[in-house]
Design a protein around this ligand. Sequence first.
Ligand SMILES: *Cc1c(COP(=O)(O)O)cnc(C)c1O
Length: 427
Amino acid sequence: MTFDQEIFDLIQEEYNRQHMGLELIASENFTSEQVMRAMGNIMTNKYAEGYPGKRYYGGCEVVDKSEQLAIDRAKHIFNVAFANVQPHSGAQANAALMLAILKPGDKILGLDLSMGGHLTHGSPVNFSGKLYESHFYSVKKEDGLVDYDMMEAQAHEHKPKLIICGASAYSRDWDYPRIRAIADAVGAFVLCDMSHPAGLIAKGHLRSPFEYCHFVTSTTHKTLRGPRGGIILMKHDFENTLGILDPKGNLKMMSDLINLAVFPGTQGGPLEHVIAAKAVAFHEIMQDEFMIYTTQILANAKAMERAFQAKNYDIVSGGTDNHLLLIDLRNKNVTGKKAENALVKADITLNKNMVPYDDKSPFVTSGIRVGVPALTTRGLKENHMEQIVDWIDTIITDVDNEQKALSVKSEINEFMRGFELYKNWQV
Ligand SMILES: *Cc1c(COP(=O)(O)O)cnc(C)c1O
């Protein structure tokens, strides 16, 4: 076979970009070499529809063991009774969970996308908003914190079957007992989508959703630092309350409904190579080094919060409890779009983001979202955060100055050269 030089040249080009730039996208991370080794190998060749011990294909003895390891490790990390490690992504995890417990037309209640929520929490352009009748709660205008009174009022008005908490651009922790109380009062289930802060929850830095939320979904590639993928977890398995019976006439367990909703409900064959890589990531999360990593994430986020505040940036909710900051740029007279475009010229990657009560469109936005998990993996510490905010501020306060962007870029490239990306990298 002729070697595909074109694609492997592009992979090397992407490697150089990742190595030399400042990666501040809050949902990104640099997974380990052993995670990538587990992902990029012969496990991709195997069909394994079904679950360990109950497959629709022969020859699954080995992948049964690796998928079971992934399941057992996920259960251990989060101290839960149930884990499904097959969802191909966070969106797939949410799709399967909703398929398991909802019927088309059922009502759901989630955080509005423009307030920091996720597409899969009911957005009209997403399956969740097309298949289900979606309603939303917001964050409060005055302090940027989740408006639990509004969540409660919406819950009582609409009687949703599912209340979703968790977000993509929210820098504060959640009041899970309150959410559960609201749900119990109207007979709703609670789903926590911990895609963003899962790694911080795993190590106990943030409140645990598991005792209060019937279901928890997550990506595995954000703060969990694993391969791109999703998981579904439950602290306690329980008989479904939807009246769905098994062939013997007993109520099916929720775990069975969720497993069926992943396969055959929304997916075919699982990505056993990615599941092996999830197992490796979970192994890493169980080590003491991961606690050092997550502790450093929090320290870096706080250092960045202080540095932005010192330069009079308007941080939504006034600061951060987790790994990200949402910054309203309106007092700097720059849009999110303009800032993102100027920063990328200096090899600083982050994303423009709607801020609560934004007066601009999602394509323009008034804000940026800044996250530290990826740079923390690269080995950057608190003092570096100040330097980074200096660079960002240099660009944002002179947003049309391409010359300045180029000079910041060369400083950044020189700086990042000093932080190894992968020791044994080869395309
Ligand atoms: C990132 C994210 C997802 C989706 O994950 P994908 O793997 O991109 O599908 C779902 N929910 C939340 C809250 C997220 O932040």
